[in-house]
Design a binder for this molecule. Structure first.
Ligand code: PMP
Length: 374
């Protein structure tokens, strides 16, 4: 079998964007302490016997021969009630990753672009390129806040289909100023044609509470005022990443169009069942988990501030964006040799992103980091 035919086929038929992309392969090394993916620490050990049984029973009741509920009715209703929105405003996906792709497929009629602050979550770029959209990057300012003037200028001159604002942002863990975000939304609504502004609140549970710069205001409050806002949420960061459940809240007319891009039965039955349990009987367990992560954040940041050669700003998510006095790639390699994974970013050679884990894992990270920087 010769490769010639398939090579000719791929050269002529794959979209140009595939040439820029690599398959997403997380570090496969069997490293025991993984603080590189913004996951929550393990949930099961924190559940009472009754809570564990609740989750088990919900999953055990699934009939394998049947497709899942195509509209995810029970989950949709539970979410609508919790968020005080109508079920028609919700678009559910296999993680918010899938919802991002659905949104781009819905409003990405080309030729067009998306605008993103940098650094930010990588899937906005990847999904946009796969759908044939250009990507306009607007660096965050020196405080890692969104550059309002440049974003508004980009909206009026380049007319991107979507501006993606993750707040708290990944990897910086900072919150964008509410006034800046609202003025961007207003400018995007006034543009011809209007631009969608995504407020990605994947890390919202860690922002709420003490010291919340938005004082309890969320993207949903902006959506109630401005129909060009789309809010993204996920269960991935609060202990349920295995089930891949994320959603958008949008104006019902936009949500109805997005529904046309959704593959039937996208949300598997175990995911629907687990998510319904998480919003219902397991809600106290999830709230405990989030509170424990937030308390651990306070403790780790306190310890981190005692280590020489580390600087960091406010962390509003379940991770910290830290500047190191030694090259981050060297420190990451040293930590990995001690069984600890954290993320570094080639474009920011002095920075690492460290997720908060269990107390034991974080203590090992802190000790290894202090040693690596000594
Ligand atoms: N948005 C942001 C800002 C993220 O950091 C992530 C995960 N890294 C996601 C969305 C995607 O989360 P999921 O697909 O697991 O819901």
């Amino acid at each position: 079998m010769s490769d010639a035919v398939i090579r000719a086929l791929l050269a002529a038929r794959t979209p140009a964007a595939l040439g820029e992309l690599k398959p997403y392969v997380p570090d496969p090394a069997p490293v025991p302490i993984r603080l590189d993916a913004n996951e929550a620490p393990a949930l099961l050990p924190t559940l009472s016997d009754a809570e564990r049984k609740t989750l088990h029973d919900a999953l055990a009741a699934i009939e394998p021969a049947r497709y899942p509920d195509v509209r995810a009715t029970a989950l949709r209703e539970a979410l609508a009630t919790q968020l005080a929105v109508s079920p028609e405003q919700l678009v559910l996906g296999v993680g918010s990753d899938e919802v991002i792709a659905m949104l781009i497929a819905t409003v990405g009629r080309g030729p067009t672009s998306i605008a993103i602050p940098t650094p930010t979550f990588v899937m906005y770029r990847i999904s946009a390129r796969l759908h044939g959209l250009e990507v306009i990057e607007i660096p965050l300012d020196s405080e890692w806040d969104v550059d309002e003037a440049r974003v508004i200028d980009t909206i009026t001159t380049s007319r991107p289909a979507i501006v993606f604002l993750a707040t708290p942002n990944n990897p910086t863990s900072g919150v964008y100023d509410l006034g800046r975000v609202e003025r961007i939304v207003v400018a995007a609504a006034a543009a011809q044609p209007p631009t969608v502004v995504v407020i990605d609140e994947a890390y919202l549970p860690f922002r709420l509470g003490e010291g919340d710069p938005w004082k309890g205001v969320t993207g949903l409050d902006l959506l109630r005022k401005y129909s060009n806002v789309v809010v993204l949420r996920t269960l991935s960061k609060i202990g349920l990443a295995a089930f891949r459940v994320g959603w958008a809240v949008a104006h019902p007319l936009l949500a109805a169009e997005m529904e046309k891009t959704r593959l039937p039965y996208n949300l598997a039955a175990p995911s629907q069942a687990a998510a319904v349990a998480a919003l219902g009987p397991l809600a106290p367990a999830i709230a405990r988990h989030v509170a424990a992560i937030n308390a651990e954040r306070t403790r780790v940041l306190n310890e981190l501030s005692r280590i020489e050669g580390v600087r960091f700003g406010r962390a509003h998510a379940n991770f910290v964006w830290a500047a190191l006095r030694k090259p981050a790639s060297d420190v990451v390699a040293t930590l990995k040799s001690r069984g600890i994974l954290v993320r570094n970013f080639p474009a920011y050679p002095d920075r690492v992103r460290i997720s908060f884990g269990t107390r034991e894992d974080d203590d090992r990270l802190l000790a290894a980091l202090a040693e690596a920087l000594a």
